[in-house]
Ligand binder design. Structure first.
Ligand code: S3P
Length: 435
């Protein structure tokens, strides 16, 4: 993908559906009784992987274009897949579905692409094993492919066979919504309450949606707990726009001089809104309009106008609220006066690419003054970027962050394998062009 500098970006855009919420809507829809109707579902490759996995377990999912209809079969209605489940590039699919599979009375195996086969799965293998699940890294390297078999089969008085896990209180060593969600989903199949305490609060979409479907989920500080055997009921889910996708346009609006963008219907759930907090700290002109608090997932329109930016220090509990936006924030920092420090973000190393390395390498190629640290990066802003050949490393967020950098750099930029944006944002370049 070749990009040249933009003069100014003006207009109004609608952001595609939230990736995290789209995954969860299919998963809980499959385990609910009745037909769940999902609108504004994200048709990114990751969410399509989730749909494909549930179809392989006997769930009928219709796609009429405007609505996805998931014909739920109840908590115990999945059937054994005839072949390996393919999670593609999706860490969310892998970790969340593993929690569900751990509670099934049948065997399953799952695998994905080269990136997935390098991502750490011990973080879910450990708690799921504590719950009595039989889950193994087939190559014994803590990564996918994974095999999951029923280890605690019980025959109920009526004759039904269930794989009953043990309820636990898990102290997670890592602030990860995927770990939390995996354990809570497994907790639906346990013999008692399951709780997860995390080192910092992460996105709470699972808790909110489980409650919407009728599960008893309690959130207290950084602990979430679930009562087993919920009777999930089909829901109508309108997926709000993904703030992680909006982040590219927020950043583009800030750094391309003369820009003014209205980004409509974005989920501003406080566990996800770190990008807004940071942009404001940098001095950004951002206004929220039409804030809608009628659902648990709060949405708003975001108006952004270009302006001068100043450096920030980011770390601690804010990190989970903006973890996917750090590549974009690193680019923003190049356009800010002063030195930006990003710390406590070692998780970046185990994303779709090692995002400390891939951000630093690519920004250096564009002339930025940036250094990697053990848990983040240090960026000296205020030095102009120039066009370069950027390697996406097949990481969608790297491709999009550098497409935005290219708009405010001097000269032409080429993004190699730029089509990997389809993982989370089909139509990204078209939307950019429309502005
Ligand atoms: C996600 C959680 C985060 C995030 C990912 C989506 C989710 O991952 O980076 O893009 O939907 O739960 P971790 O749980 O690994 O932090």
């Amino acid at each position: 993908m070749k990009l040249s500098p933009a003069k100014n970006l003006r207009g109004e855009i609608l952001i595609p559906g939230d990736k995290s919420i789209s995954h969860r809507a299919v998963m809980l829809g499959a385990l609910a009784e009745g037909v769940t109707e999902i609108t504004n579902f994200l048709r990114g490759a990751d969410c399509l992987s989730t749909m494909d996995c549930f179809r392989k377990m006997g769930i009928v999912i219709e796609d009429s274009g405007s609505v996805i209809r998931v014909h739920g079969k109840g908590l115990h209605g999945l059937s054994a897949p005839a072949s390996m489940l393919d999670v593609g590039n999706s860490g969310t699919t892998t970790r969340l579905i593993s929690g569900i599979l751990a509670g099934q009375p049948f065997e399953s195996t799952l695998n994905g692409d080269a990136s997935i086969q390098k991502r750490p799965m011990n973080r879910i293998i450990a708690p799921l094993s504590m719950m009595g699940a039989q889950i193994q890294s087939m190559k014994d390297n803590g990564c996918a492919p994974l095999s999951i078999s029923p280890a605690r089969l019980r025959t109920l008085p009526g004759g039904a066979v269930r794989n009953v896990l043990k309820g636990i209180h898990y102290q997670s060593p890592v602030a990860s919504a995927q770990v939390k969600s995996s354990v809570l989903f497994a907790g639906m199949y346990a013999d008692g309450v399951t709780a997860v305490t995390e080192p910092a609060l992460t996105r709470n979409h699972s808790e909110l949606m489980l409650r919407q479907f009728g599960a008893e989920v309690i959130s207290e500080g950084t602990t979430a707990s679930i009562t087993p055997e919920p009777r999930l009921q089909a829901q109508k889910i309108q997926v709000p726009g993904d703030i992680s996708s909006a982040a590219y346009f927020i950043a583009a609006g800030l750094i391309v001089p003369g820009s003014r963008l209205l980004i409509r219907n974005v989920d501003i759930n406080p566990t996800r809104d770190g990008i807004l907090q940071v942009a404001r700290q940098m001095g950004a002109k951002i206004t929220l309009e039409h804030t809608d608090t009628s659902s648990a997932e709060i949405t708003a329109d975001i108006l952004v106008e270009s302006c001068g930016l100043k450096a920030v220090t980011i770390g601690g509990e804010l990190i989970p609220a903006l973890i996917d936006e750090i590549p974009m924030i690193a680019v923003l920092a190049c356009f800010a006066e002063g030195t930006t420090v990003i710390r406590d973000a070692a998780e970046l190393k185990v994303k779709e690419s090692n995002r400390i390395d891939t951000v630093v390498t690519n920004l250096k190629a564009m002339g930025a003054r940036i250094e990697a640290t053990d848990d983040g990066m240090i960026i000296e802003g205020g030095h102009p970027l120039h066009g370069a050949v950027i390697e996406s490393y097949l990481d969608h967020r790297i491709a999009m962050s550098f497409a935005v950098a290219a708009l405010a750099a001097e000269g032409e930029t080429t993004i190699r394998h730029g089509d990997c944006v389809n993982i989370s944002y089909p139509g990204f370049y078209e939307t950019l062009l429309s502005l």
